[in-house]
Design a protein around this ligand. Sequence first.
Ligand code: B3K
Ligand code: ZN
Length: 860
Amino acid sequence: PVVIQRADYRPPAWLVPDIALDFLLDLAATQVTATLDVERNAAGDGGPLRLNGDGLVAQSVSVDGEPHSAWAMDGDDLVVELPGDAHQVTIETTIDPTANTQLSGLYASGGLLCTQCEAEGFRRITFFPDRPDVLSRYTVTLTADKAAFPVLLSNGNPMDSGEEDDGTHWAIWHDPWPKPSYLFALVAGDLIATRDRFTTMSGRDVDLAIWVRAGDETRTAHAMRALIASMDWDEKVYGREYDLDLFNIVAVSDFNAGAMENKGLNIFNTRYILADPETATDADYDGVEGVVAHEYFHNWSGNRVTCRDWFQLSLKEGFTVLRDQQFSADQGSAPVKRIEDVRVLRSAQFPEDSGPLAHPIRPDSYQEISNFYTATVYNKGAEVIRMMTVLAGPERFRAGTDLYFERHDGEAATCEDFVTAIEDGAGLDLKQFRRWYEQAGTPQVDVGMTHDAASGTVTLAFKQTVPPTPGQPVKQPMVIPLRTALFDRATGRHGGEHLIVLADAAQTFTFDGFAEAPVLSINRGFSAPVAINAPQSVEDLVFLAGHDDDAFARYEAMQQLVVQHLVAAVEGRLDDASREAGRAAIGGALGAILADTALDDLMRGELVMLPGEAYLAEQINPVDPARVHAEREALKAWLGRELGDAWRGLHDRCTAVPYGLDAAARGARKLKTQALVYLAAADPVEAAQRAKAQYDAADNMTDRQGALMVLCGLDVPARDDALAHFHARFADNRLVIDKWFSLQAGSLHPRALDHVRALAQHADFTLTNPNRVRALYMAFAANPQAFHAADGAGYALIADLILALDPINGNVAARFVAPLGRWRRIEPVRAALMRAQLERIAAAPRLSRDVREQVSKSLD
Ligand code: B3K
Ligand code: ZN
């Protein structure tokens, strides 16, 4: 395989300051004429003009207006010999958007034409130096049949438009901001806009439009609200203003990713635009808000300052995830948002970091860059920059980002540029901190505490290790900022927080003034993305779960209490008495949380959530996923019985709260279904009645989906009735039908695997729509009981999917390799079955580069 190395970066030999693109749009045969003003780059190594292509045929090549024959194909690339240092190169190609099932480049989606160019889709449209450090001003002319494609959109500002006698019309768009090809976009089709306006801080009026299919315009209000809030927030918090007269968003149903930040023309998966109470859950609302903000924030962190090469992906993604997390925290409950973000990190990124696909947030090599749009690059990338905010404080961090934007505006920058700007602007020394960009793996921090009663001192002794990861057997110590508090047992208070910054493999810190040993609260707010191993007693954890004034730490104590118990149970280290004692402690702490009137329900909802099976499995190596599942379910059932009246009371109380988007109503909805979940584990018959009542009374999707989720896991007649009702009611709404697939694939039902097999044959199932594929199979792969079926049938099902999907959409197919790639940390019988499926995939005669890379790394 061809391996691209970060160290091999060379500046481009040729630059393209301007490009004119002419599209004669058609669903099956679109003609593209590209005219590139090319200039030899003084900083380049010389050589001919190399234009990347992917499956393209050049119909004609001309230079400075004359037919040109001094060109040749080198694989998929077109290499043009040019006599001078500046020329105009014109190339004609024809592409078939309907045949483009990969959804990369220009493709058709339900009669619509749209593009997705990041990372390397532009080369599927026309020949071009398709690399992010070649920035061009784009002028785009779109011509199409007016009836079929009444709306014609591209980046930047509209310049001119008109109609011809043959039924076609045309529009010319110009984007004044130089941009890399991955930010190019066009959309053509029958769409309608919801419109609004925003006036920027310097008084520029911006027209905002969200384009959707007829019928969907009633579901765009939340996205529009989020867009306006994002524009306002980025001015206030980062001093960043929007820079065009127009901001367009288009929602499409067939989309590989969540959304795309094309300059002035964001293209979204409908899933992250459309929301109303009837069809979207509270989590969907948050998803829309977060992704709209994320793509908008890219206008500065990604577009105005872009990436030099794809190894720098976290420069824009890590930073933009941090920015969208900060935004969402400011819109609602900051502590709850932090807890949610950490949960995502632990369930998606920690497993990546401990598996065969582990890579630093700035990778050193890749075969297929699409495989590096990962939780590591995105979410760990955000955590790394968040640590800079912890070290610098908000004002100094802002000085650093101001300097970064000022220094690199209009440039293709590197992660190193970002770190240097933060150092210079914030006045930090990040020399050793840079290891976060270089080393993969989740650092493990062991903490010991000793108390000396005579001197009243407390000593914290730290040891850090970064586990070996592929290609990185030996690691160096990291800079780890740990917000820490020491609680006085008697008063329940602490005397102020300390920021402990680890930098060595082993370190101790001493604190005075403790007549008694304090309770340790560490990594508050999850100030560092590490795993902490602190020998906290059950009593200490119960204390923190009830008293810690840091909301994250309180959640963490509750999680730890359960993790310690369940890990011991799974590892067979609990006798009957210690099992009883452990359960009693958890039940006591949970009961206190249910009774604590000072808590808001959104936060209560976090505190009552049991740690997920993926996170639990991370603590045990090798792990038997069936045992993790069984122990966690047993604890849930015990808590359902033990606190039965409290759950019933909670369900009744929350049911009485009317629908609203305020925190109290949202909190009530979250708890309502959680109460059902516990009751269902304890008493399926009673829970089915309550779930059916919740379903029947539901006036919103959060309650309806919650009730259906619970029913789906139960072997009761109400289950099938509710599923049939749900399908019939929402038959014309694809996003809701996705939920119908997901709920069944992710359910606790003992025959979930059979259900998935049947659903794959359902008339509504298709391999050509990524949302539908993910709805069924990602939910299944994340359902440990079904996926890890003892006979390996779940592994075979995912391997079958990968093989069937790969020729259609290799990008999406490759995403399903990681669940099988976890085999090394699974008990030997299942591990062999998982490996066998990977080998079966590897033996296929033709595989996409995407799947090939993930499978070969997973077998290494
Ligand atoms: N930048 C896009 C990701 C596109 C995925 C390409 N495989 C979305 C985002 O992170 O904002
Ligand atoms: Zn992004």
